[in-house]
Each structure stands twice: as structure tokens, then as C-alpha cells.
Design a binder for this molecule. Structure first.
Ligand SMILES: N[C@@H](CCC(=O)N[C@@H](CS)C(=O)NCC(=O)O)C(=O)O
Length: 236
């Protein structure tokens, strides 16, 4: 719970560059919800999130009444249900919605690491930027900027890129084609306006926006047109 003036507002524990946090930020901005962002120390997430049990990951959403919700998609559903009557999750075709939220949370979530860390030069660019954007201690910031990139590149991203076989940009383009083709000519997955699936997908893509690699996604004509349409619905 957090008190600003006399008003009690919800808060979100987050990391600036975490894609799952961008999902929650996107729905909150779409619905114009007043909440407080609490940046955690990237090296001390477990410790700083101990209040939420042993989940240990961001985002963590704390409602004004003290209720704690974890995991980005359940948080999005909670926000929609609490502040919006569940309208973003409501649909006439639940099977399609459930299939695609699952697709977004498995396919798009796995595409963020390869584009950011999939080559040595992009990994270096990313970790340097992350070390500037996130909260670290004085020494761990420098340590992360220099030691983080070979770890992310060498161990995590390279394995994923190799396993998929496609270049990270190609992977994103294929996913954006698959997703936007599903709209059946409508401007959004949700039809004439974005729904929770749009906002979740948008959140993953938006998490790349602070990095130079975002230009590789801007090359996808239908994908970026959809992205700008969703962006246009945010109240920021
Ligand atoms: N399924 C979770 C994943 C959250 C997650 O993995 N967050 C990362 C940051 S991007 C984290 O907090 N990692 C810390 C850890 O695992 O120790 C969600 O959608 O919220």
C-alpha cells in the first residue's frame, strides 16, 4: 500500500527492463490507473520481494487494500477485473483468446532475449543500457555492465538462437506476421479496440523499445502499424 497525499494507490515492484513488467505497465496506462512504481535493485530481487512470499520475481502488484498479486498475466486480469469490469478479457470466443494469450506468453516472451543478447555486439549494447536503466549498487552496476553481457550472450541467448535456428530479427518478424494475420483485417486482435491479448503482446514488444534493436522490429510493416495503434490508446 502506498500513500500519496491522502490518496491510497496500488503499487508495482518492478525492474525497468523486465518484459513482464512492461505488460502490466501497458494495461495500467491503457486504463489510466494511478499507481506507484517501485524499482527494485536488480541484484537483490529475492530480498526486496520477500514480502510477497517465495515468488521472488517482478512484477509484484500490491493493491491499495494490501492484497498481493504475482505473475504478469494474472496481474493484468486482476487489474482489468478490478478497474474495468473485466471488459478487456471478455470475449465471444474464449478458445481463441485462451489459445493466443498462451501463444503470446510462450512465443513472444521467448523472443525478447535473443533480440537483445543474441549477438556479442547486441549483448554488449543491451547490458550497458540495462546497467544505466536499472537500480544497482555502485559496484554491482559496473560488474553487471561488463560481466553481464558474456553471460547473457554466451550462455542464455546463444543456446536459444541456436535451438530456434532463425536470426532473432527473423524470429520476431515471423511472430509479428503470425499474430497480425490472426486479426482477420481488424486493427487489433481484439477487433476494433485492443483487448488483453493485444496489451500483453504489445508489452513484450514495448520492452525492446528502450534498446537500439527496436529498429529491427520497426521494419515489420503490419507489426509496427499495430504497435503504434495500441500505443495511441495509452493515457500517458
Ligand atoms: N511468469 C512471470 C515471470 C517473471 C520473471 O521472470 N521476472 C524476472 C525479471 S524479467 C525476474 O524477476 N527474475 C528474477 C529471478 O527469477 O530471480 C511473469 O509473467 O510475471
Amino acid at each position: 500500500m502506498s500513500i500519496v497525499g491522502t490518496t491510497v494507490i496500488p503499487k508495482m515492484h518492478m525492474l525497468h527492463t523486465c518484459p513482464f513488467c512492461w505488460k502490466v505497465r501497458s494495461i495500467a496506462e491503457h486504463l489510466d490507473i494511478d499507481y506507484q512504481k517501485v524499482q527494485v535493485n536488480a541484484m537483490k530481487t529475492k530480498k526486496e520481494l520477500r514480502f510477497a512470499g517465495d515468488w521472488g520475481k517482478v512484477p509484484v502488484w500490491t493493491e491499495a487494500n494490501g492484497e498481493i498479486i504475482v505473475d504478469s498475466t494474472p496481474i493484468m486480469k486482476h487489474i482489468d477485473a478490478t478497474y474495468n469490469g473485466g471488459a478487456l478479457w471478455q470475449t465471444t470466443d474464449e478458445a481463441r483468446r485462451d489459445q493466443w494469450i498462451e501463444w503470446v506468453d510462450t512465443k513472444l516472451s521467448k523472443a525478447t532475449v535473443p533480440i537483445l543478447y543474441g549477438s556479442l555486439s547486441s549483448a554488449l549494447k543491451t547490458t550497458t543500457r540495462v546497467s544505466k536503466l536499472e537500480t544497482f549498487g555502485f559496484f554491482s552496476k559496473r560488474l553487471y555492465a561488463w560481466a553481464g553481457f558474456p553471460i547473457m550472450w554466451g550462455i542464455i541467448a546463444r543456446t536459444r538462437v541456436k535451438k530456434d535456428g532463425r536470426k532473432p530479427k527473423q524470429l520476431w518478424h515471423d511472430l509479428l506476421t503470425e499474430f497480425t494475420d490472426e486479426f482477420g483485417g481488424a486493427p487489433f486482435f481484439g477487433g476494433e479496440s485492443p483487448d488483453l491479448v493485444d496489451l500483453a503482446a504489445f508489452g513484450y514488444m514495448r520492452s525492446i523499445s528502450p534498446f537500439p534493436q527496436f529498429s529491427q522490429l520497426e521494419d515489420h510493416e503490419n507489426g509496427i502499424a499495430w504497435y503504434r495503434r495500441v500505443e495511441g490508446t495509452l493515457k500517458v
